[in-house]
Design a protein around this ligand. Structure first.
Ligand code: MG
Length: 383
């Protein structure tokens, strides 16, 4: 029996993780749930899974949650302290880190510090502070199991292989909803167009990241840290069918690919039960009806976020945190119809250009760079 804490339980990863936990009640027990402010869904989850602890973002949500769950024996906490408690709770073996954006960093570090294995969906954590996170996980002997489908694929392709035999990581991308839209149409893109991802059902932030292809950029930096490679050893390939979840090439000309239907449950279940595989009722790709799998290089003029991320990943230091923070601000401004779709990479680029990179940052430098980037990005938007 594995005891879990799920951070971000009401999001798309969190709800799928709970679906899996609900399918295998002999294997998983839910000890803590943390969400932002979707108290209605969280209350239902509490009723179904009876965690010891539930955490929300603010005091008001905590009061609402207490009212809805009155009579149920659950400790309700809120804010940064609450998330930390859920991440480091002594009854928990593994933390599923599925919070959105930079909010995941401190809880993940608290979980590692407490010796918990991490099923990591929150890529921003590694983008912001990959060196610190990986180093402290190594020090604590904690496993970080990727939940991001591409990284789960790479992890599986590398399993049983010698790192020195690796040639390159081939990171696949669906290309998002605007892959075939001519760049002349990009200025007219509305938030609702961008939220409708053609293949993957995901939250708003990651759907926009997917549309700008910043998601792939974040994933390049995530892969750099998870697999301890240089970004020069990572190549992005557009693969619209999303059947190959990523590949690794080796010195002898071999390429290993991991495939499956595009459903995040596979990667989540694998991280939750590694090294075992669970019969989650997933169907297989129907190769006969798919017919062909295609691959091509991304158009980085149409999707400048990819180059920005490669640059940030190569430079390292505080720059990836700055890129990530300015992206979060730009995405939010786009969702609130304050800026156009094509201005998202502009906000990021301008903020990155103004930043004075600290090469070997401490956590405090990273958090400071994150805050700095948010205010500079906000200036690009209002000015
Ligand atoms: Mg992914």
């Amino acid at each position: 029996m594995k005891s879990l804490s799920i951070l971000g339980s009401t999001g798309s990863i969190g709800t799928n993780a709970l679906k899996i936990a609900g399918m295998f009640t002999d294997k998983f027990r839910i000890k803590a749930l943390a969400a932002k402010n979707n108290v209605l869904m969280l209350a239902q989850q509490i009723k179904k899974f009876s965690p010891d602890i539930a955490v929300v973002f603010d005091e008001q949500s905590a009061m609402d949650l207490k009212r809805i769950t009155s009579g149920i024996d659950v400790e309700i906490l809120y804010g940064d302290e609450g998330y930390k408690v859920a991440a480091s709770y002594d009854q928990v073996d593994m933390v599923v880190a599925a919070m959105v954006g930079s909010a995941g960093l401190l809880p993940v570090l608290a979980a590692i510090e407490a010796g918990k294995d991490i099923a990591l969906a929150n890529k921003e954590t590694l983008v912001m502070a990959g060196d610190i996170v990986i180093k402290s996980a190594e020090k604590k002997g904690v496993k970080i199991l990727p939940v991001d489908s591409e990284h789960s694929a790479i992890f599986q392709c590398l399993s049983g292989q010698r790192k020195e035999d690796m040639d390159k990581i081939l990171l696949t991308a669906s290309g998002g909803p605007f892959l075939n839209l001519p760049s002349s149409g990009f200025d007219k893109i509305k938030p609702e167009d961008a939220i409708n991802h053609p293949v993957w059902q995901m939250g708003k932030k990651i759907s926009i990241d997917s549309a700008t292809m910043m998601n792939k950029g974040l994933e390049v930096i995530e892969a750099k840290h998870l697999f301890e490679v240089s970004v020069d050893d990572i190549e992005v390939l557009i693969h619209p069918q999303s059947i190959v979840h990523s590949m690794v090439s080796f010195k002898d000309g071999t390429v290993i690919a991991q495939m499956g239907i595009p459903d995040m449950k596979g990667a989540i279940a694998y991280a939750m039960s590694y090294p075992k595989r669970l019969p989650i009722g997933q169907s297989f790709p129907d190769f006969n009806s798919i017919g062909s799998l295609s691959f091509k290089k991304p158009d980085t003029e149409k999707f400048p976020c990819i180059d920005l991320a490669f640059y940030a990943g190569k430079t390292g230091g505080t720059l990836p945190a700055v890129m990530n923070a300015s992206n979060e601000i730009a995405v939010e401004a786009f969702l609130n119809r304050k800026i156009s779709f094509t201005y998202i990479p502009e906000v990021i680029r301008k903020t990155m250009e103004k930043h004075f990179v600290i090469a070997n940052p401490m956590l405090s430098d990273i958090l400071e760079a994150d805050l700095w980037a948010r205010s500079i990005a906000a200036e690009q938007i209002s000015g």
